[in-house]
Structure formats: structure tokens, C-alpha cells
Ligand binder design. Structure first.
Ligand code: FAD
Length: 393
């Protein structure tokens, strides 16, 4: 199966790539040596530039003033943001398509559209100490009292809480017709009753922290419930599909950067009188990396194009898992080979391969571990058959 991007997607891709390479890449070392931090003025300038480019509107419906770009184009754009380390590519807020189905008009006006203007920033609090791969096991509760809900519990790994104005929190209802079912709520990041238990250090150096948060009877007005009572799990499925596809795209960007940089180094580095690029064992590592990138990109683009063709949502769920699983595992292999090609330099934090080796590891864990993606793919095969899972050609 061959695949070429439509001209509009190529234009967006090239614009995004130019921005990433010229504006974000120069800050990588500074971020790595300063726990992910870069000057606030630069961070703001990056966000402003992305908003001006229209990136925050790429998944917003046209009826809401958005661009509603094809998913394939969005994937080609986001891939470019995967080319940089230290989460410098996370420089703009995303108003995602599913939000326009889940949020009501008032919430779209108060929360979602301000995200597109950089006035608000969201983070997501789903995982708990004893509920990660199985979100059904969450124990955070939402108790209804009059026109409010009171949220109690503890959430883990809440990415970007330190930079967020609001959180999307998942909780289980304690009473009413939907007792025991899940619900999503919008909650100010610093609402009374929200406290940081601790903010652990992780393998990467990101300015986006992942704290453990306690919710102690946090009052949420009923107008900040997303959708109807019990709708929670349905919405998380839509956003998992999108996030998994975008993780696959970012992994492709990381692989492209690693291959380019490792190839350039291999051509220049002379050992025993010859550039190491002339040695066949080095060539084999480069060739295997090209194979990994090419396969991952085809899977990712094809899953995106299947969205644009309007294929069955349940089948698309499996396709996003296939893309995420393959691309995240491939990216780790490519980063590992790149470290090897760079030799001792590849183990230095100032080297892109060392940073990516630590950073892409989590892509096999978050938004569903590799094991969970395999379960989703196997379930799709058993339910829909091979053609229903990957198509007929
Ligand atoms: C850096 C980082 C940022 C994160 N950001 C967020 C965030 O912003 N918001 C949020 O809500 N969550 C976030 N997460 C949480 C993340 O989504 C979970 O860590 C992930 O879903 C795995 O859950 P867990 O850590 O509890 O692992 P567990 O569910 O405890 O799994 C442990 C191991 O068991 C395996 N396993 C589990 N079930 C099965 C099974 N049925 N068959 C075979 N193997 C199985 C897993 O694959 C894994 O290898 C983040 C995590 C990290 C590391």
C-alpha cells in the first residue's frame, strides 16, 4: 500500500516542521539542563506563534470558527512536534473534536474556546494509585448535593497540572439513577479542596509536572459536569483514540529526527580510517531504523485516513491501538540504535538520542500500555475478524 499526503497536508507539515526546527529545537539543551524550563518569554512566544498558525483550531468544527482539518493533516502536523525533546512540542493547547460533542454550549464558550486562544489550559485526572490500565476501578467519588457535586479521592500522574487552569476529572457517582457509573467534571486546577500530595520526578526533564493530587470534598457546580451522568467512559474512548493516534505521530517525528541526526553523524565520524557509515553493522542499524519509521508512518497515516473516510468507530479504535503500539515500540528501538551509533556521545544528556531514549519510553505506557493495546487488537480480531480489524487490502 503506498501513501502520499495531499498537497494541503504537505503545506501544513512543512510549516510546522519549519517552526519546530527553527523555534523549538534551539531550546532543547537549556530545557534539559533546567528540568524542562525555558524562559517564560520564549514559552509564551511559542504558544502565541502556534495560535497564530491556527494549530489550536485544527480539530475545532467549522461551525465553531475552527479549521476542522482532516485527521491525516493533523497527524502530519503533530508528527513534526515529535521531532523535539523535553516536551517543547507541547506548546499549544488543544481543543479536541470530541469536546464539541461532550461539552454543552455554555462549557464550550467558557472553557473550550478560551483554550484555543491560550487563555485556559487543561489537564486530565483519570488515573489513580489502584486504577491505571483498568479505569473502571477508580475509587474517586462524586456525591450529588443540590446543584453541586462533591469530589473526593486521589489522582496520580496528572500531567501539566502545574501549567493548567482547569482539570477534567473522572469520578464515580455515589447515588442517583446512575450510581456507580462514571462521570467527567471540569474543575479549576486550584479549586478549594485540591491539594498536591507530592510531585515526583520522572525519567524525562519536562516543564510539565505529573503530580499526585488529593480531592477533599471539592465542590463542582452541576453546570460543570460534562455530558449526562454516566457518560464518562464513552467520552474517554473518543479521546483515547485521538491521543493514541497523536502519540504514534509524535513517535514518527522522533524517529525521523533520530535517523537524520544519526546518519549525519555516521557519515562524519571517522574510526580506523573510515567513516562509520561505511561499516555494514552501522548500515544495518540505520536500515532497521528506516524500516521501523516507514512502517510506523504508514500505519499511522492509514489509521488517520480511515478516520477521514468515516470508517466504523469501533474498528478505528483497534487501528489507533495498532498505530500506537507499533510506533511507540519502534521509536524506542530507533532511539536505542541511535545511542549505539553515537557511541559514548550517545550516552550524554546533550545528545538527542540519549534524551529520546528516556522520553519515548513512556509512549509504551501512557494512554494504555503496550499490553492493553495488544488486548484491544486481539479483541477486535476475535470480534470483527481480520478484515474488520485491518481492512481488506
Ligand atoms: C509520565 C506519565 C504521565 C501520565 N499522565 C497522565 C495524565 O495526565 N492523566 C492520567 O489520568 N493518567 C496519566 N498517566 C497514567 C497512565 O495512563 C498509566 O500509568 C497507564 O495507563 C498504566 O497504568 P498503571 O501505571 O496503573 O499501570 P498498571 O495498570 O498497574 O499496569 C502495570 C503492568 O501490568 C500490565 N497489565 C495491566 N493489565 C493487564 C492485562 N489485563 N493483561 C496484561 N498486562 C496487564 C500493564 O501493561 C503494565 O505492564 C501518566 C503516566 C505517566 C508515566
Amino acid at each position: 500500500m503506498s501513501f502520499s499526503l495531499p498537497p494541503e497536508a504537505v503545506q501544513w507539515r512543512d510549516k510546522a516542521r519549519h517552526f519546530v526546527d527553527s523555534e523549538l529545537k534551539p531550546f532543547e539543551l537549556e530545557a534539559e539542563m533546567n528540568e524542562g524550563r525555558i524562559p517564560e518569554s520564549a514559552r509564551k512566544a511559542h504558544e502565541k506563534a502556534c495560535i497564530a498558525m491556527g494549530l489550536t483550531l485544527m480539530d475545532v468544527p467549522k461551525a465553531r470558527g475552527g479549521l476542522a482539518l482532516p485527521i491525516l493533516t493533523q497527524v502530519a502536523i503533530v508528527e513534526q512536534f515529535g521531532r523535539v525533546t523535553n516536551a517543547l512540542g507541547w506548546c499549544y493547547g488543544e481543543a479536541q473534536g470530541w469536546m464539541f460533542e461532550a461539552f454543552d454550549d455554555d462549557q464550550i464558550a467558557r472553557i473550550v474556546m478560551p483554550v484555543t486562544r491560550g487563555e485556559m489550559h487543561l489537564c486530565y485526572a483519570i488515573t489513580e494509585e489502584n486504577a491505571g490500565s483498568d479505569p473502571g476501578a477508580i475509587s474517586t467519588t462524586a456525591r450529588r448535593q443540590g446543584d453541586s457535586y462533591f469530589i473526593s479521592g486521589e489522582k496520580w500522574h496528572v500531567t501539566s497540572h502545574n501549567l493548567a487552569s482547569h482539570m477534567v476529572v473522572q469520578a464515580k457517582l455515589t447515588d442517583g439513577a446512575h450510581v456507580g457509573e462514571h462521570c467527567l467534571f471540569i474543575c479549576p486546577a486550584g479549586a478549594p479542596g485540591v491539594s498536591i500530595v507530592r510531585s515526583p520526578a520522572y525519567a524525562h526533564n519536562y516543564n510539565h509536572h505529573h503530580p499526585i493530587l488529593r480531592f477533599d470534598k471539592v465542590e463542582i457546580p452541576a453546570r460543570d459536569r460534562i455530558g449526562a451522568e454516566g457518560d464518562g467512559m464513552g467520552f474517554t474512548h473518543s479521546w483515547f483514540r485521538r491521543e493514541r493516534l497523536l502519540i504514534a505521530a509524535r513517535c514518527c517525528g522522533a524517529m525521523a529526527r533520530l535517523i537524520e541526526d544519526a546518519t549525519e553523524f555516521a557519515k562524519a565520524r571517522v574510526v580506523s580510517g573510515q567513516p562509520i557509515a561505511d561499516y555494514q553493522m552501522i548500515q544495518a542499524m540505520l536500515a532497521d531504523s528506516v524500516l521501523d519509521l516507514h512502517a510506523a508512518r504508514l500505519l499511522t497515516y492509514e489509521a488517520a485516513a480511515a478516520h477521514d473516510r468515516g470508517e466504523d468507530l469501533k474498528a478505528l479504535h483497534g487501528r489507533c491501538s495498532i498505530a500506537k503500539l507499533f510506533a511507540s515500540e519502534a521509536a524506542f528501538r530507533v532511539a536505542d540504535r541511535a545511542v549505539q551509533i553515537f557511541g559514548g556521545r550517545g550516552y550524554m544528556r546533550e545528545n538527542v538520542a540519549e534524551r529520546f531514549l528516556r522520553e519515548v519510553r513512556v509512549d509504551r505506557i501512557w494512554e494504555g500500555t503496550s499490553e492493553i493495546q495488544r488486548l484491544i487488537i486481539a479483541r477486535s480480531l476475535l470480534k470483527r475478524g481480520l478484515e474488520g480489524t485491518i481492512g481488506s487490502n
